[in-house]
Design a protein around this ligand. Structure first.
Ligand code: BDP
Length: 327
């Protein structure tokens, strides 16, 4: 009799434990702006697979590709509100929400991509990540997004004077409008999804992006000149709603971080290949790609952008100095 009761009790306890486990399983909605064929799409799919595997199915992720959950600025607000749990975001449009994130949106702040990663891995990266986490957008891994260069449908750009008079689409951040304006152009913020049509109808004369994105959304069909200004080197993140992440057990947090870091390493490998391939593909399609022999005039033209920005955001001075003095 005693044995039977205790067996029943044990059974009941096990059943309760199972119900308890099932109840805490988390299903996350993930935002991704890119479509098939873009390295970040493959990396986000890999992230979702690894999260399911490493958490033993306690966290699962549905990735919505192609920006179907909304434009990037909207999606970022949704992450802050918890309506979207996670996503692959560019830090450019995070700047208006998180002051520290603007560090990486200052034109020519990094010497090259390895320099950017060294800064992210150091003290500046810690301050930046903490600032983002405080605003509800917690970065758990960094993606490579190469360098952004100008493209347009008029002719090659070799100096800031060539940008003068051009209407250039930029991502949503005053630093980017200021950047184009400082060259005498007209910086026009616009959602990524609207750029193809705006280029083809002449609403804008040009835009700026890296090679994989320039190819993936077919901008090369409507902008035949790509000039290697490499004025912005902005990282991307896998970012999670801070409360959602902090609500996980320490063990699950480790598993999700491990999945994100592994997916990011995969993304960086794909990125290098995709950049070379995308450049070759657009050149074969007839796009004229030009190197810029002397980038100093572009860098010099950014002096007022830095001055104005740092005067309005003196707190950012230290972070900028840390980044610039990072070897
Ligand atoms: C791509 C980024 C994406 C941005 C897009 C843009 O990966 O996050 O939304 O540029 O220009 O390279 O809006």
């Amino acid at each position: 009799m005693y044995q039977k009761i205790s067996a029943t009790l044990i059974g009941a306890t096990t059943a309760l434990t199972l119900i308890g486990t099932a109840a805490v399983a988390d299903d996350w909605r993930a935002w991704n702006i890119h479509s098939d064929g873009h390295p970040n799409t493959a990396a986000m799919d890999r992230f979702a697979e690894l999260v399911a595997e490493y958490t033993g199915g306690e966290v699962t992720i549905d990735v919505f590709h192609g920006g179907v959950l909304g434009s990037q600025p909207d999606a970022l607000e949704q992450v802050q509100l918890g309506a979207i749990d996670v996503g692959n975001f560019n830090l450019g449009p995070i700047g208006p929400l998180v002051q520290e994130a603007n560090l990486v949106s200052l034109p020519f702040i990094f010497r090259d991509v390895p320099h950017m990663f060294r800064v992210l891995e150091g003290e500046a990266g810690e301050i930046l990540a903490a600032g983002m986490g405080d605003q509800g957008i917690l970065p758990i891994a960094w993606f490579d997004a190469g360098a952004r260069s100008f493209y347009n449908n008029t002719g090659p750009i070799n100096s800031p004077d060539d940008v003068a008079g051009m209407r250039i689409r930029v991502m949503n951040n005053d630093l980017f409008t200021g950047m184009v304006d400082a060259m005498g152009g007209n910086g026009t913020p616009m959602a990524f999804a609207e750029v193809y049509q705006s280029l083809s109808t002449g609403v804008v004369d040009g835009a700026e992006n890296n090679f994989p994105s320039f190819l993936n959304v077919s901008h090369y069909e409507v902008a035949g000149y790509y000039s290697l200004s490499e004025h912005l080197i902005i990282p991307e993140c896998i970012c999670v709603n801070t409360n959602v992440f902090n609500g996980l057990s320490a063990e699950l947090q480790d598993s999700v971080r491990m999945a994100a870091e592994e997916a990011a390493l995969y993304q960086r490998e794909l990125w290098a290949i995709a950049t070379a391939e995308a450049r070759a593909t657009v050149e074969e399609a007839g796009v004229v790609v030009n190197e810029i022999a002397d980038k100093a005039p572009f860098q010099d033209a950014m002096a007022p952008v830095y001055e104005e920005y740092l005067a309005a955001n003196p707190d950012m001075r230290e972070l900028v100095e840390i980044a610039q003095s990072t070897e």
